[in-house]
Design a protein around this ligand. Sequence first.
Ligand SMILES: *Cc1c(COP(=O)(O)O)cnc(C)c1O
Length: 387
Amino acid sequence: MNKSSATLHSASRPASAVQRGPLLDIDLSAIRANYSSMRVRYGGRDLSAVLKSDSYGLGLEPIARSLGAAGCTTFWVNDLEEAARLRSVVPDPTVYALFGLGLHDPEDFVETGVIPVLASLDELVQCSRAAARSSRRMRVAVQLDTGLGRLGLNRADVALLSEQGELLAPFELSCWVSHLAAFDLPDDPMNRLQRQMLLDWTSLLPKAPISLASSSGIFMGSDWHFDIARIGSALFGVQTSTRWQEGLQPCYRLTAPVLRVATFPAGSRVGYRGASELERTSRIATLALGYSNGLPRDFAKQARVYLNDVPAPFVGGISMNLSMVDVTDVSDPDVVPGRVVEVLGPRQTVDAVASELDCAPNLLLTQIGSGCRRRYLDGAPDDGAAR
Ligand SMILES: *Cc1c(COP(=O)(O)O)cnc(C)c1O
């Protein structure tokens, strides 16, 4: 698109350039910049990318391809299906499946070379049998449940495994994996306990690289880095800690077009069941954006949209496909149908909104990512809308 062209609603624009619904721009160069910034911070050996759940709802293939081209070689995804998608765009990656066997046969992992992060002693025994039967060496990682209680071997399993070393003999053991339950609270004593437990347990087990840190662990200091780190949120510029994580830029920008602008007299009510009463004569813009696009319904309570740098609050709540914002105070003359407003981006980040709504930032990110049309950019957005 031509940078010097007029505003988005200009009649001279080609029809394809008109944005008719919500659009999530994902800047691949920002993701690579975040990866580089984390690389500088990380003191361990392998800074790997967690692209689970369709890259946090932002799209697995384009992000994997971009990170792969930037030199990232190790990836963590949910399961074999995501691993196959990853391998279709990254040549010869090391891929871990976070679901462990995830109800697949061990043979499927032997065949594909995808590394299951074994989630229980039972999975380990199943794989041990399969690996003993196979002529190929099976690579596995083993999850140790040091406190999250979600997946992994517990203390008793570790004791048994340390006595029955032959269970691990048929494998190439890639790493021991554990995950912090209070990763977002760097000073929580639970983290230290988990770290110590991981050190105690792995001292009883065969030597292999250790992987503990997710994004926040890298910011907690070198004690937490170990050999392999698994970062997701930081790649996308999402803050995951009560302590500010420096050097990350949001890779996303959600915009939505205005469909209609109307003026209402003071005292009017708008929205279902008259959700909002307008205290003054108000100009209300209706946006093509709703909860079907992944916005939580509470979004309207705290969040704003931005027209250039001017915020406009929601009124009348958020419905399935539409929402309204009060643009009375926006002097900008072109608040007209076709004008695009910024909903999320550098002015209003996913983590800031999530903290106001008291939800996980990645809840918002995955919902919006899967609810909106996505467009991948490499570098700055190419149209002047809403900036
Ligand atoms: C999601 C996840 C990560 C990545 O966490 P971020 O906070 O997004 O960096 C790492 N490890 C495990 C086991 C995960 O489930």
